[in-house]
Design a protein around this ligand. Sequence first.
Ligand code: SF4
Ligand code: SF4
Length: 302
Amino acid sequence: MSKGNRMIDYTDKSTAAKIPATFDRHNRLLESFTKLQEVQEYYKLGQQALEQGLGVSICHLGCGICCRVNVPIAMGVEARNIISWALGRGPLFLEGLLDRCENWLISADGPTHAREGIIVGIIPRKILGEFQTLQGSQCPFLNPDTTCVIHGARPIVCQAFGVTRDPAPICPRPLGSGERRDLMAIISGPSVDALRRKVQLMRQAASEGNPAWGASGLLPTMLLAAGRPERLKALIAENRIPSAKLLMVAGEYHGLLWQDQLDGARQGVPGELLIEHDKGLETDGIDRRDLERAKQEFRQLV
Ligand code: SF4
Ligand code: SF4
């Protein structure tokens, strides 16, 4: 250490008061990233367990069908994680990614027409219908060669497809032992309980760190909100973005991660009831043995 440097006593209250608030914010964001990475690792283990059990890969290279019918929902913390990952690939890559989001947001293509700004409170039926149609349209991060632009940091709802929610009937991957095209295997039991707890802890940490990290919405919107907030505000002020693309839920996650949510959605169960169900899970007692179980267990629906 050079003579000019001084040690800082962080236990000294007068010094602590000078530590910028951003220090705490960065720590909380790091904590949320760590929890998100744990969730992503658990999903990878779930995928490995399935592949071991089935004897086939659970994604067919060069397919991309699920990405052609899905614009993912993501939380603010996931958007920030993707931005951090994209920055690691270079500023130009990040700018290209954000341009892609901006173009998608202002695009006049597709089912979204109503421009009534940000909807607060009860969502008009027309805009909700546009949102649902939009969610089932092609993801803007799908490349023409069927690769995903953000594969290394893709949202957990993308990882969940075929792992904790069944990919039938659209997925054409090879069938494993005992599977049928309309009844495909997913993981379940203690490994899924552990995963659900991990997701819940991640959501909790993100929401407590900052309401914007815990909010969820369509991924391109969440990315622009995180990466170019002033630009997003300007586009909204100019009324250039359809309202359906701006729908966000604070402090909750409304993507379909779990089979019971998917079954409920297929049967028309309201989203709020499914969210309540998800909230009822315990938040502690995570057992490292769950990791081993996750490797070994999988369920076949037949
Ligand atoms: S539909 Fe199935 S095989 Fe095709 S990309 Fe999605 S998970 Fe992979
Ligand atoms: S983010 Fe990637 S994996 Fe997810 S739907 Fe879009 S292209 Fe597919």
